[in-house]
Design a protein around this ligand. Structure first.
Ligand code: NAP
Length: 554
């Protein structure tokens, strides 16, 4: 077993010099190994085994390899380019291993091909180190299996067969993960592995198995040099793995956090929380945790959420310690938690939605940090919310959180929405839960916005959001508002882009503004504080968010 889980950068070999340059870069980026995927170079068409020039070039590749290497000529059956006769493939592998002055550290060969014929098995065995090997061979055999559809039903039988092969030094299994739960099966498999094992989930659900491999004693994980060079779906880049996820610091004790939502690939949360953990020296890692949902099948979505989050919470060695919960699970998580008697904060009871799970002595607590983040930002600008009138545009989840907390702080809120009945329902709900006193919530049609008379207006619709229903639209007609004072605060919850058309207009007219990044950072900072017991590095969060959003807009 290596002292630590190795990081291997796979390189598809098409041109020898380009491949060597990539491996040099991988070394610079602190990879431990390079995997030479020679199947694009040697795909089995046209008797390549006899092509002396190609063999000589591959020998050069091995001789000049800047890192210890895995040599792989992947067959088409298991996702590679080699589509020829196995005898040709094995003959080439013999020349590049036992017959080479610079043999690779590892030879990867598929278990299925290895088991197909005694002749192939015998020839491969001659290329690798094993108990009965007579010659001084150092190359170690990785027996691998791949399934691009899912977890094979006979996986355990296949694993057992691989472990029993005396020549097999390392077992590799790569299967498409169909949900986060498949990663947990792979972790269990690693925990009970009798030989060094690589167990990786492919696709967006499988990222967890790649990043958390060191936690469960995985022998190796793969990371691509660039986004465009991933050799398997869902492979992180080496910059993401070693930079954002701080892979080298992950161990058995590392606490796991993440953002539960669907989709979550675009989330900025992994960037900021991982940077925050690093700045604090907190032994934690924060991952995207995609939990699929289908609006046309709410029951199926509930069941999938329950099974997935329940399994994450139940696997003790995972040390699942908290999560941000986002669209479309913010209300689902409340029902899930209440059914388990997990305590919910007053903010969750007020708005019926939660965005934060935090581990507690028993189970988890749930909280909503969107609501206090909005309230805190507005209170700071308005010098308190009590007695203020605040216009909320939209009547969805964020509007609900804002309205509930602002009314609880003594503000009067006017909810403007294109569907007035939804605004009315929200106002009624908020009033039912509101503490006795002067504060109140009322509903209004969105076309009454020009008549608004408020101390602050908050956009809680996706208008102005990149990729949303109306990216060029101004969510609030700032120029047309005639009954407001010069100190009126304009607040946009949309953060992509940061400068929405509404905020631009408000700033041009000299009004104070609050942008969506401020809200995002504030709600994330409150989560960070709950998880770590320490204040979040909010300046770092803010800088990272603005940098990433600026990169995306280029
Ligand atoms: P939601 O539940 O889907 O509600 C969206 C609201 O916007 C609904 O009231 C809807 O009106 C209204 N709306 C949607 N499209 C519209 C259009 N074209 N014209 C007029 N009204 C429209 O969404 P949510 O979860 O509340 O999120 C709202 C926004 O908050 C998101 O777009 C997101 O950018 C932002 N957000 C920001 C943060 C942050 O940290 N900064 C966090 C979460 C969310 P109907 O009721 O008539 O359908």
């Amino acid at each position: 077993m290596p002292a630590r889980t190795l990081v291997c950068v796979p390189v598809m070999v098409e041109d020898i010099d380009a491949a060597l340059a990539d491996a040099a870069l991988a070394k610079l980026k602190q990879a431990d190994l390079v995997e030479w995927r020679i199947d694009p170079y040697f795909d089995g068409s046209g008797g390549d085994a006899e092509d002396g020039h190609r063999v000589a070039q591959l020998q050069r590749l091995l001789a000049e390899s800047p890192l210890p290497c895995i040599l792989t000529c992947r067959s088409a059956d298991e996702g590679g380019h080699f589509d020829g006769d196995d005898a040709d493939r094995v003959s080439l592998l013999e020349k590049l291993t036992a017959g080479s002055d610079h043999p690779p550290a590892y030879l990867d060969f598929e278990l299925a091909a290895y088991q197909r014929s005694a002749n192939i098995r015998q020839k491969i065995n001659l290329c690798v180190a094993h108990p009965k090997q007579q010659r001084g061979v150092t190359t170690r055999l990785i027996l691998s299996m791949h399934d691009f559809q899912g977890m094979p039903s006979d996986l355990h039988r296949r694993l057992l067969a691989a472990y029993e092969e005396p020549a097999c030094a390392v077992v590799k299994v790569a299967c498409r993960a169909r949900s986060l739960r498949d990663n947990l099966d792979l972790f269990e498999l690693l925990e009970h592995a009798p030989k060094p094992t690589i167990a990786l989930g492919m696709g967006e659900f499988g990222l967890m198995s790649r990043v958390l491999a060191p936690k469960f004693g995985g022998y190796l994980t793969f990371a691509s040099l660039r986004d465009s060079c991933a050799t398997a779906p869902g492979q992180p880049t080496i910059d993401q793995l070693l930079g954002m996820y701080h892979f080298r610091g992950i161990g058995a004790a590392t606490k796991v956090y993440g953002v539960i939502g669907w989709p979550v690939g675009h989330s900025l949360s992994p960037q900021i929380h991982n940077a925050g953990f690093d700045a604090l020296g907190w032994d934690g890692v924060y991952l995207p945790l995609p939990v699929a949902a289908d609006a046309s099948d709410p029951e199926g979505s509930d069941a999938s959420f329950k099974a997935t989050v329940g399994a994450l919470a139940a696997l003790e060695p995972l040390k699942f310690s908290g999560a941000s919960v986002t669209i479309p699970h913010k209300e689902r998580v409340v029902a899930f938690a209440l059914a388990r008697d997990w305590p919910a904060s007053p903010a969750v009871h007020r708005c019926g939605a939660a965005n934060t799970l935090s581990s507690a002595r028993e189970g988890f607590t749930i909280d909503n940090t969107d609501a206090p983040a909005i309230a805190a930002l507005l209170s700071a600008r308005l010098d308190g919310c009590a007695g203020r009138t605040i216009g909320i545009v939209g009547a969805g989840g964020v509007a609900r959180a804002a309205a509930a907390d602002l009314v609880a702080l003594g503000a009067t809120v006017v909810i403007y929405n294109r569907t007035v009945s939804k605004a009315q329902r929200l106002a009624d709900d908020v009033m039912r839960a509101a503490p006795a006193g002067g504060a109140k919530a009322v509903a209004a049609a969105a076309d009454l916005l020009p008549k608004a008379c408020c101390h602050a207006l908050i956009n809680c619709t996706p208008i102005g959001m990149a990729g949303g229903p109306d990216p060029a639209g101004a969510s609030i007609p700032v120029r047309d508002l005639k009954n407001i004072g010069p100190e009126t605060v304009f607040f946009d919850t949309v953060y992509n882009p940061i400068d929405t058309p509404m905020l631009r207009m408000a700033r041009e007219l000299g009004y104070p503004t609050i942008d969506g990044v401020e809200m995002f950072v504030k709600q994330a900072a409150m989560q960070f504080q709950q998880w770590t017991g320490n204040p979040a590095p909010t300046d770092l969060f803010d800088t990272l968010c603005r940098q990433r959003l600026a990169e995306r807009s280029v």
